[in-house]
Each structure stands twice: as C-alpha cells, then as structure tokens.
Design a protein around this ligand. Structure first.
Ligand code: FE2
Ligand code: FE2
Length: 475
C-alpha cells in the first residue's frame, strides 16, 4: 500500500486502476491541470531540467527520490498514508465511533467546502510565485522554488482526488473550478485573501514560505485529525512535503539576515541608507516584511468567534492541532477560551465558549510555533554581535478579520488613534519605497555556486549535493 505505482498514467497508491470511472474522470482532469501548469506555473521554465525530489513511497523513511526532471513531466499523483486499522473518531459528538470511509450525507456540504478551500490555496501559491524564477538569487534557490511549486501542484491533486472520488458530479465541477480561479484576478479570484496578494520578490517568498506555508501546516494538521479517514490520510502525507516549504522560508530569511549582518560589521554601520547602498536589506525592512506576512497570515485562521468552527469540530470534520496529544475531553462543551476585543479604547480579553473560539485556538498554536524561527533568526543577529532583535507583532496588529478587523493596534499591542497609526505605519509595514528597493536587488544569478549579493549561501546543498551543484540545467 505504501509504495507508489508509477507505471500508470497517474501515479498512485490507491489502486486507482480498480476504479475505472474514477480513473477516467481523473485522466480527463489531468490535461486540464497540465494546461493550467503551462499557463500559470513557473514562467519560462518548461524546458529546464530541475533537480527535484519525487515521492516513491509514503513511508517516513526514504520516500523521496532525487533526479533532474522537466517540471511538466513531474509525476504528480495521488498518495495517501496507509490506513490505520480500526481507526476511531477521537473528538466531537461522534467520539468513539468508527472513522468514516465515506462522506456522511449530512456533512457533505461542509466537507466539500473544507476540501475546496484547502485545495484552492495550492494552485494559488504557484500563481503568486510564478515570476520569481526570473529573479532567482542562485540555482540552489531556484531549485527550491520549483520544488515548492511542484509539490503545491501535487497538493491540488490530493484535494481533487477526494473531490472526484467522494463528491460525484459536484466534486468534478469543483475540480474544474480550482483550475479556473486565478490569484489576484478581479472577477474570479482565489478564495482566501492572502492567496490573492502578490509575491513580488524573494524576501516576500521566503516570508511567505515561512509564515503562510506554516498556516498550511496547521490547517493540514487539523484536517489530519478528521473523522473522514481519506482526508486524514491524504493530509498526513501532504504534511511531510510541507516541512520542506517551511525550511525554504526559515533558511531563506536566515541567510538574508546573515548577509546583512556581515555587511553591517564590515561597514561598521546600522544606517539603512548605507546598507542599502551596499546592496543588502537593512534589518528594519526585514522587520516590516515580517510584520506584514505575519499579520496577513494569522487572518487566514478566520474570525475569532465562529459558529462554523464549532460545527466543524463537533461534527468531527476538523480537529485541533495535535488533538490526540491533548488531555481534555475532546468535546469541549462548557469550556471557555479567551479572545481579544476593544472596550473603551483598550484591548481586553473576553471569555467565550471554547467551541466557538476554535479558530483562535488554532491561531494561538500557530503563533507559538512561528515564534520559534524568529528566535533562531535572532540568534544569527546575536552571533554577529549586533544589538537588534526581530519581534513577532502583537496578534491584534494589522488585522482584517474578526473582532479586530480594522482596529488600530501598534506592533507592541496598544490600541491607538488613527493619527498615531498614520504617523508610524511607515515604520511598521513595508512602504512602496521598501518594496521598490527590495525589487531593485532582484537580479538573476544562475551560475552554479554563485549567490546574489543580498543573501548568504546555504550551509549545505540539497540531498547532500555540493552548494555549487548544477541544480537546474537551462538547456
Ligand atoms: Fe500545499
Ligand atoms: Fe506548502
């Protein structure tokens, strides 16, 4: 079960050939997917041979095989983690019952919505990142970008498989619609706002893969608890791919910081103007990018109080992060949780029923997790002997969803008046000038082992290859 059949048109470990109707439906979707990849996938890269990893099994050890492939020939397919024998539902109203191998009629609409919303983010990020290859800081980074892109494409396959197999005709229609929406397009945008923002430069890309792919991790972890077993199994395998995306982000930002600190020490200055003149990104600009990506991403968890979140949990569709490791009753009735709101011009905590606050619970778990990498970035600055620290802004800063939407809060968590916001916003969020400066650094470096001036080389290469390995052959 865990090994993947590559002899079929659609690689899979779900015995696809035994379900002719499904196989035919997916084989009809496949050319449309490839058409989408051609139109919206990495710009001008169709002919490159890229050193990519491909899944060969879903075992935790040794699932990946590395080799040069043209991206349109990448073997996208359907990989589920092995079924857990006699798996039981372990939270919500159905706790203790057998996990579902099929979609219960009464939850069909909600499950479809959850799967479509997750599925929509996958092609969206490929679209957001499609021009980045033209300004890559190195071959190594270019290869990592493409690896992330092909895996997001595979995540789309994962969700489309569920739609086709379990949702009949509406599932097939949703599968088509996933190829029709476009990130940032006015008349047919992607479903979630963060996936309609541009990823215009590589600092944004690294911030996105650190912060926004981590949102993906938390959503997938919550779905990996689902009572709908096929969803749990497919998201478990997606999570193994997601880890690399967050590594790309964390190490990318870390290398930008390392290079900046090196130049700060060489020039003995912390003056942003001098550092910019030397072609590196000053730390306050990095902080502003961090503030932007963090705040836009935590909005993705949804409104702090949500009856949908309660329903998804109680009906067993979506659990909490690490549901199985928690020691409460896994039903949460009568329990409460603190959310923030503004009262008399002050941010205050308010107790609300926990079931309604599950978006906030997941958001808070995410925030704890995302602080870890920021601390590791600070270690780089500390090691360079520079007295500057990056911080994660307060969770009420720059929010656009829920009770805090549009409320003016400083990064250190003070509710402030409009004029204080207006006076300071340019030091808190990236300005047009910041973005133009970062954009001005984005040249294209493709010689093996060479890196753009604004970023340090990685400590080691991919799959134990040297840093100057030919990760991409341009043909
Ligand atoms: Fe993904
Ligand atoms: Fe990802």
């Amino acid at each position: 079960m865990s090994s993947i059949n590559y002899s079929e048109k659609i690689p899979n470990n779900v015995n696809l050939s035994e379900d002719r109707t499904l196989q035919r439906a997916l084989e009809q979707w496949q050319p449309n997917y490839l058409q989408w990849w051609g139109d919206m996938g990495p710009d001008g890269s169709q002919d490159f041979d890229v050193y990519l990893r491909t899944a060969v099994s879903v075992d935790p050890q040794g699932w990946a095989q590395f080799g040069h492939v043209k991206m349109p020939d990448y073997r996208w397919g359907i990989f589920l983690n092995p079924a857990e024998k006699d798996r039981k539902i372990h939270f919500g109203d159905h706790k203790g019952e057998d996990a579902w191998q099929d979609v219960p009629g009464e939850y069909r609409a909600n499950l479809r919505r959850i799967i479509v919303t997750q599925g929509d983010t996958e092609p969206a990020s490929v679209e957001q990142q499609r021009h980045l290859g033209l300004t890559c800081p190195s071959q190594y980074d270019l290869r990592n970008l493409f690896q992330v892109n092909v895996e997001e494409g595979r995540h789309l396959w994962a969700m489309v498989y569920l739609l086709h197999k379990y949702f009949g005709r509406d599932g097939r229609e949703e599968g088509e619609a996933l190829l029709e929406r476009r990130s940032g397009q006015q008349d047919n945008p992607r479903i979630l706002q963060a996936f309609n923002e541009e990823t215009p430069d590589w600092l944004s890309f690294f911030m996105f893969t650190y912060f926004t792919d981590r949102d993906g991790k938390f959503q997938l972890c919550a779905l990996a608890e689902s009572s709908f077993d096929p969803l749990a199994r497919t998201t478990k395998f997606m999570l193994t791919e997601e880890a690399h995306h967050m590594f790309v982000g964390e190490s990318g930002v870390s290398r930008v910081i390392q290079r900046t600190c090196q130049v700060m020490n060489e020039l003995k200055t912390d003056d942003p103007a001098k550092l910019r003149a030397a072609g590196v990104i000053d730390l306050p600009t990095i902080q502003r990018y961090l503030n932007f990506h963090f705040s836009v991403t935590i909005d993705l968890f949804g409104a702090d109080q949500s009856s949908n979140a309660a329903t998804f949990y109680s009906t067993g569709l979506k659990g909490r992060y690490e549901e199985g490791k928690r020691t409460d009753d896994h039903q949460l009735r009568g329990q409460s949780y603190k959310v923030l709101e503004v009262q008399n011009g002050m941010l205050v905590e308010k107790e609300v029923p926990m079931l309604n606050a599950l978006n906030e619970v997941l958001r808070d778990d995410y925030i704890t997790d995302s602080k870890g990498g920021v601390e590791r970035w600070n270690k780089v600055i500390e090691k360079a002997g520079i007295p500057f620290r990056l911080t994660v802004p307060h969770k009420a800063f720059h929010r656009n969803i829920g009770a805090l939407a549009g409320v003016k809060v400083s990064p250190d968590g003070r509710h402030i008046h409009d004029h204080e916001w207006n006076q300071n916003v340019e030091s808190w969020l990236p300005t047009d000038e910041d973005r133009a400066f970062v954009a001005s650094l984005m040249g294209r470096v493709v010689e093996p082992g060479k890196f753009a001036n604004w970023i340090a080389p990685p400590v080691m290469g991919i799959n134990r290859q040297p840093v100057d390995f030919e990760y991409v052959r341009f043909n």
